[in-house]
Structure formats: structure tokens, C-alpha cells
Design a protein around this ligand. Structure first.
Ligand code: ADP
Ligand code: MG
Length: 475
């Protein structure tokens, strides 16, 4: 019989079972998976970091004895920590990576000898040679630089990303903050940097996490009284990628803990990569000291792609999917879906699906139908509340002020703009728009729309407001 990870581990388990309490065996050993055996090193997957620490604290001796019996004096044990709540959540990569890829992600992960890298990590039982941890990077290998197409809209961010990837922690782009609107490629680029680093520096620990999940983990750690463990875990990362940091706004506890982690990593020459839907100056409810840290490095914006870039993104996607599509149709889609790459891809996918399910040829007419649905759908997503929020943010007032009865010119103008966009972007009636924006009647809304039309053609400054807001409101 050949020696496999499973067979080695089964033998270890038999030995361990004989030597510890049945309940302890059930709790601490049954959930472990044997994953890999290479030379004298056995990799086991444990459900969480706390699980791993528990094993290290209570069972490291018996593990060592058992493993040495199986693999000899040079035996090594490698823990693979499966991040909590990773699988089955809404993160795009967990749904997309087929299991074969997932294991290859694991395979790229590396040993971190905790005892010499992070002296303050709680480490009461150091047995040289046996203690190694792997942290899964949570990266999606499908998001690479190779398929992140370059254009004017992303050139700065992309090259900064490449620079960081070739010298993580060694450029002045630390942190690197990538910001821009929905669907413009922040997540993709953030992964691409991580994937490239893993490729170039397999020994470095890279971790990708959304700010939302980071917050959740932090809250859990507070509940379980593990706050320090949580901090220490993050302090041993070499390249920390946090997606959508705007999520931290208003969450002072999480901001505080992130501040400490950030400082530690930065001081130790570790790389931090952040993404956000806003530039640091526009972030609200984020502590000043954290914002100032964000500004230490480089903030690079992802803008809406121009027509050429949109066409090449589409063509690249079709090429990778092995689908052929007439040039004029690709251009039609690229011309009509402007502000969001995710939607651009969505439209093309739905076009392909439509044509293959219904056995229809892909024609311009079909493209029109599909695009129309997309454009309409996006419009429906804009609510009057959202419009009021965007307009008042833009003029730096709050929504109450925008709705107030005042006749101050700039407030009146803001209100009229909100009404104008509500008319343009929603299906609501004039009366309903009026009642939602400061309880006005339909005539006021009509008047507002006319005024905005007039001012747009006569007043240059005002036209700029309309243009800026159109961009901000384009989902
Ligand atoms: P964000 O995080 O900014 O909302 P994503 O990174 O999720 O956006 O990107 C949305 C979609 O657009 C993804 O499928 C991504 O692969 C694709 N995409 C974004 N930018 C590019 C690009 N420059 N080249 C190719 N695909 C891109
Ligand atoms: Mg994203």
C-alpha cells in the first residue's frame, strides 16, 4: 500500500485516540483533514486559527510523537488554516473557483515559521521543525494582470499595482489605495496584485479580505474575547489587501483595530493594499488619523473606461470564452454601456446566452433588446433617496437642508437639480417626486426641470454641476 497523507494521518489518529480522552479526540481531531504529504511534511487543514492554537498548546507533543513514528525524525507538520466563513459566502471568488483551482491556490501558500518572524505572537510551545502555519491567501487566480486590460482610465492604478507587485513593501506606494466607482475593476486589480506577488514571491504571506468580512471577524473576536489573537493574526501578514474600505465608515472599533494593524505592518515594511469607492478626501465617518495613513502612499483612481478600452475588454472576454461576435455588435454594446465594466460583461454574457438558448443569431436587433434591458434596469436601481443623497453630498449639505423651505439660492438650485435627476432617472411622477423631495407639488417639480434645462444652456458653472452629477449618478 502506498503512503498517502490520508494513510499517514490515519495511523497518527489511531495512536492519538489511544492516548487522549474520547471527547477531546472527537472535538479536536475528527474535524481535521489530511491534505498533502510531500517528503516528510504532512499538511493538515484545521477549521480556524483558534483551533490551530489549541492544538499547538495542548496536543503538540502527542502530534510530534505520532508523526515522528510515521515519518521519522525529520517529520514536519504544516497547518493549513481554513479561514472562518470563507466558503459559501457571497464573495465572488468562492463561487467561481472550481475545486481544482482552489487546491492550487493552497499549494501556492507557504510556511511561515512564526517563531522567528513574529516574536510577540503567543507561542508557548515552540518545537523547532514542527510548527508551521499556512494562511490561505483567499485570492482568485482568475483575476490577473494579464486579463486586466490597460486603458487611459486605469493606466496609473495598473502600473502602480505592477510596481507594488514587483517590490511589495519596497515602493513609496504603501499603502496603495485604489479607488473608483462600482464595477470599474477595483477588486480585480487588487487580486491581480496579490496573485502576481504570490507568483514572484511564493514565500510571502498574502491575504485578501473584504472590509466587511474583516469587520465581521473583528466583531466575533470581541465576542469571543479573542481581540488580541485577531490582531496578531493580521500582524503576521506580509501583504494585506482589504477591499472596499469605505465599509469601515462609522465603525469606530474596527477602524481602531485596523489602525493598529496598519501601523504595525507599515513599520515592518509590509505592503498594504486598499480599495474604496471614494477618494480619501470624500470618505465620510472615517477617523482622521486613518485617513491620513491612507494618504501616506498612493491613491490611484480607476475611471470609467473610454470606448476603445470597452471594446478591447469585450473582445478579450469573447476571445477567452471562445465566442465569435460580429464587430459592429461588439461596438454597439460598447457604445451603449459606458459607466460600468461589470455591466458591460453582463450584457455580453446575456447576449451570448440569449442567442444560444433561443438558437437565435446574434444580430444588432437582439443586441438592442439586451442592451435596452440593461440600461433600463440600471435606471430603475436609482432611487429618489439616492439622488437626493448624491446631490446633497455634492453640494456638501445634508438631505434635510436640501429639502428645507429656504429660498437661499444654492439650496434651491440643489433641490431643483435633485428634482431634475429624479425626473430623468426614475419613472416616478412629478407629483411623487415633489412629495419625496421636500413635500412640494408637481408644478414646482415641472418648474425645476425647466429651470435646470435653461440654466444648463446658459450658465457654464451650472452645466458643470449637471455633468458632474450625471457622472456620479450613472450606475
Ligand atoms: P469593482 O470591484 O470596482 O466593483 P470589479 O473588480 O468587480 O469591480 O470588476 C467588475 C468586472 O469587470 C469584473 O468581472 C472584472 O474582471 C471586469 N474588469 C474590470 N476592469 C477590467 C479591465 N481593465 N480589463 C478586463 N476586465 C475588467
Ligand atoms: Mg469590488
Amino acid at each position: 500500500m502506498s503512503v498517502t497523507a490520508q494513510s499517514v494521518w490515519n495511523n497518527c489518529l489511531e495512536f492519538i485516540k489511544d492516548n487522549i480522552q474520547p471527547q477531546a479526540y472527537k472535538t479536536w481531531f475528527e474535524p481535521i483533514l489530511a491534505v498533502k504529504l510531500s517528503d516528510n511534511s504532512l499538511s493538515i487543514q484545521v477549521p480556524s486559527k483558534f483551533f490551530y492554537e489549541w492544538l499547538e498548546e495542548h496536543y503538540v507533543k502527542i502530534l510530534k510523537v505520532a508523526l515522528t513514528k510515521e515519518l521519522g525524525e525529520t517529520a514536519k507538520l504544516v497547518y493549513i488554516i481554513k479561514m472562518e466563513n470563507t466558503y459559501g459566502n457571497k464573495q465572488p471568488f468562492t463561487e467561481r473557483i472550481p475545486s481544482s483551482n482552489r487546491s492550487s491556490v493552497k499549494a501556492q501558500d507557504v510556511d511561515i515559521p512564526l517563531n522567528n518572524k513574529s516574536p510577540e505572537l503567543r507561542n508557548p510551545f515552540v518545537i523547532p521543525g514542527i510548527r508551521n502555519v499556512k494562511i490561505e491567501s483567499q485570492l482568485n487566480p482568475n483575476y490577473s494582470f494579464e486579463n486586466f486590460l490597460e486603458g487611459d482610465s486605469n493606466r496609473l492604478a495598473r502600473s502602480a499595482g505592477l510596481a507594488v507587485a514587483s517590490k511589495p513593501g519596497g515602493t513609496s506606494f504603501n499603502p496603495l489605495l485604489i479607488f473608483g466607482g462600482v464595477g470599474l475593476g477595483k477588486t480585480h486589480l487588487a487580486h491581480a496584485i496579490g496573485v502576481d506577488i504570490k507568483d514572484k514571491y511564493p514565500e510571502k504571506t498574502v491575504l485578501y479580505i473584504s472590509a466587511e468580512k474583516f469587520t465581521q471577524q473583528y466583531i466575533d473576536s470581541v465576542k469571543k474575547n479573542n481581540r488580541n489573537d485577531f490582531i496578531h493574526f493580521y500582524q503576521i501578514i506580509d501583504i494585506l489587501i482589504i477591499d472596499d474600505v469605505q465599509f469601515l465608515s462609522g465603525k469606530t472599533g474596527t477602524q481602531d483595530v485596523f489602525f493598529h494593524i496598519f501601523n504595525h505592518l507599515h513599520q515592518n515594511g509590509k505592503q498594504v493594499i486598499l480599495t474604496s469607492d471614494k477618494a480619501p478626501v470624500d470618505m465620510q465617518d472615517i477617523e482622521q488619523r486613518l485617513l491620513s495613513r491612507f494618504k501616506w502612499g498612493l491613491s490611484a483612481e480607476l475611471q470609467s473606461p473610454d470606448f476603445e478600452t470597452r471594446v478591447s475588454i469585450l473582445k478579450n472576454k469573447l476571445y477567452r470564452d471562445g465566442v465569435e461576435m460580429p464587430e459592429d455588435i461588439v461596438e454597439y454594446v460598447a457604445k451603449n454601456i459606458k459607466s460600468n465594466i461589470r455591466e458591460l460583461e453582463g450584457a455580453i454574457i446575456s447576449l451570448i446566452a440569449q442567442s444560444s438558448f433561443n438558437k437565435k443569431e446574434i444580430t444588432i436587433d437582439l443586441a438592442k433588446q439586451v442592451v435596452e434591458k440593461f440600461v433600463k434596469n440600471t435606471k430603475r436601481e436609482v432611487s429618489i433617496d439616492y439622488i437626493q443623497k448624491i446631490v446633497s453630498d455634492y453640494f456638501q449639505m445634508d438631505v434635510d437642508t436640501l429639502q428645507s423651505k429656504t429660498r437661499k439660492r444654492h439650496i434651491v438650485q440643489a433641490r431643483q437639480l435633485a428634482m431634475f435627476f429624479a425626473k430623468k432617472l426614475t419613472k416616478a411622477s412629478l407629483a411623487s417626486i415633489g412629495s419625496q423631495i421636500g413635500k412640494r407639488d408637481h408644478a414646482t417639480v415641472l418648474h425645476a426641470c425647466k429651470t435646470v434645462d435653461n440654466l444648463t444652456s446658459t450658465d457654464k458653472q451650472f452645466r458643470k454641476y449637471v455633468e458632474d452629477l450625471s457622472k456620479k449618478l450613472a450606475v
